[in-house]
Ligand binder design. Structure first.
Ligand SMILES: Nc1ncnc2c1ncn2[C@@H]1O[C@H](COP(=O)(O)OP(=O)(O)OP(=O)(O)O)[C@@H](O)[C@H]1O
Length: 273
């Protein structure tokens, strides 16, 4: 299988992503209440927490959809809070927006090529973009192998299965070579066997990159994450390896209890890290 170029160089700052006393208020209600997090380059992190804890809001703050009320977001040591989503994307952070990223009337290959070209962006004139087309074709073909959809090269995205569409979405998300990837419930709506297969796919395509997922499925969390960040009432109350989070009394008390204690990684990924 084709592998990606490692997106994290040894010279990379200690933390790929940092949140420092991050706060977000909607009207009178403070939803994110001083969140702190420091994710090392190459770590895979699952953000979990009860409904309404602020997980999606954190993603929106990191990816630039919302500006924080106060506090800092740093990408490889540089402030990105307050920047626009496309600027943050150019700096190397890519977020999947579920299937809305996909053009249903374009083939798998064309979707991936669009993702690559889009990532080259407005920095290039049309003529320079044309010169880049050859590179984009090669990169799109490489991505197609990585997401195991080479055999569906000419299939229109709307004719793919749901799981294949999610794989395509991840291909588009990583098309630009971002070093930090945000995935929102990547396996939502999949069957048990599709989920197990998909966790492996995410692991392989994000190798060498930093991954953050918001996830409810504890099988996915324990199968995929090197570390778990537990968000409760807009704060990160624990950030540790899965087994330590499972044993954390504060986490059990505040949120998970038996949900974590009972969690099993899907059979195919147990013991995989
Ligand atoms: N744009 C907004 N305006 C006002 N309130 C908002 C906005 N976005 C989110 N909220 C509120 O912030 C709180 C946290 O929402 P958020 O979606 O971040 O939680 P979550 O942890 O992702 O929840 P879930 O697991 O249910 O998806 C909720 O009370 C929600 O109503």
């Amino acid at each position: 299988m084709t592998t990606s170029t490692p997106a994290v160089s040894p010279a990379t700052q200690a933390y790929a992503l940092e949140l420092r006393d991050l706060r977000k208020r909607f009207g009178k209600t403070e939803i994110i209440r001083g969140a702190n997090l420091a994710v090392a380059a190459g770590e895979r992190v699952a953000i979990i927490g009860p409904n309404g804890a602020g997980k999606s809001t954190l993603f929106n703050l990191i990816s630039g959809r919302f500006a924080p009320t106060s506090g800092e977001v740093l990408l490889h040591g540089a402030r990105i809070d307050g920047k626009k989503p496309f600027e943050i994307n150019r700096l190397g952070l890519s977020r999947s927006f579920q299937i809305t990223n996909i053009f249903p009337n374009l083939s798998v290959f064309e979707n991936l090529r669009c993702g690559v070209l889009w990532s080259l962006g407005y920095r290039y004139s049309f003529w320079r973009l044309l010169r880049k087309l050859h590179d984009a074709n090669e990169r799109a073909a490489q991505l197609m192998e990585m997401i195991h959809l080479a055999h569906k090269r000419e299939t229109l995205a709307m004719h793919l299965t749901y799981a294949e569409q999610r794989a395509l979405e991840i291909g588009i998300t990583i098309a630009g070579g971002a070093s930090v990837i945000l995935l929102d419930e990547p396996t939502a709506g999949m069957s048990h066997s599709e989920t197990a297969h998909f966790i492996e796919l995410i692991r392989s395509v994000t190798e060498g990159r930093t991954l953050l997922t918001v996830e409810h499925d504890m099988g996915v969390v324990f199968g995929l994450a090197d570390k778990i960040a537990v968000v409760v009432y807009g704060e990160v109350i624990a950030f540790d390896a899965p087994e330590k989070v499972r044993a954390n009394a504060r986490v059990q008390e505040a949120y998970l209890g038996s949900a974590v204690a009972d969690a099993q990684a899907p059979a195919s990924v147990q013991g995989g890290h």
